[in-house]
Design a protein around this ligand. Structure first.
Ligand code: ARG
Length: 226
């Protein structure tokens, strides 16, 4: 754990961006969350030790493709674009992109976002969707929570972000709400280097075991109350 020894064959290096509760976030000096627990359960199945590397979200795929990390686990949505550069394992969670606005906002759904200023976390699918909205100005932040703070301060009109972190960020803030109309549905999976089909297969086997044993549900239930 931790330490500065080189990561050998028995170390599974996970690239993540710990600004995304409840999937990955800081607790003191530690990075914790659903993805960390899932990855460490997978590592255990593989007889490996997990090492977590925290970095900017848009550095995760480059870390995986360059071999700096073995896996990218970051509530990462499977997209055709990303599939050009990395392989994805089977999915382990379903998610939605939601819209956060001020409680008194006149924005009631995706259609009202035309021409608005929208905050997103840089390089996320929320960023992609916002960029597609007609006449919208997209403000990209390094952290999702920074976008939420900008909304609280009236610097932007809305935030597009994944549903679970949205709930946590709104609960920590004053005067914000999540719109009922979800923006879109997505699936999360673990990114692996494209040529490393062996690791993809091993992780898929481990995931299947964790699904069957109920361990996966247990991990998710630890962080998300139904
Ligand atoms: N699901 C979104 C995506 O794949 C956001 C993921 C952000 N994850 C993070 N750890 N910051 O683009």
């Amino acid at each position: 754990e931790g330490g500065s020894e080189d990561s050998g064959d028995d170390t599974l290096v996970m690239a993540t961006n710990a600004e995304f509760p409840p999937y990955e976030y800081h607790e003191g000096d530690e990075v914790v969350g659903i993805d960390v627990d899932i990855a460490s359960a997978i590592a255990e199945e593989l007889g490996m030790e997990l090492k977590v590397e925290d970095m900017a979200f848009d550095s995760i795929i480059p870390a995986v493709t360059s071999g700096k990390a073995d896996i990218g686990a970051a509530g990462m949505t499977v997209t055709p674009d990303r599939e050009e550069s990395v392989a994805f394992t089977d999915t382990y969670a379903h998610a939605t992109q939601v819209i956060i606005v001020k409680e008194d906002s006149d924005i009631t759904g995706p259609d009202d976002l035309v021409g608005k200023t929208i905050g997103v976390q840089l390089g996320t699918t929320g960023d992609l969707y916002a960029t597609d909205i007609e006449d919208a100005t997209v403000e990209q932040y390094n952290k999702g929570f920074e976008a939420v703070q900008a909304l609280t301060q009236d610097k932007i009109d809305a935030v597009i972000i994944d549903g679970e972190p949205a709930k946590e960020f709104v609960a920590e803030s004053e005067g914000l709400k999540i719109l009922d109309e979800a923006f879109t549905e997505e699936d999360y999976a673990i990114a692996v280097a494209k040529d490393n089909t062996e690791l993809v297969d091993k992780i898929n086997d481990a995931l299947a075991t964790l699904k069957e044993s109920g361990k996966l549900d247990e991990i998710i239930a630890k962080y998300i109350s139904a």
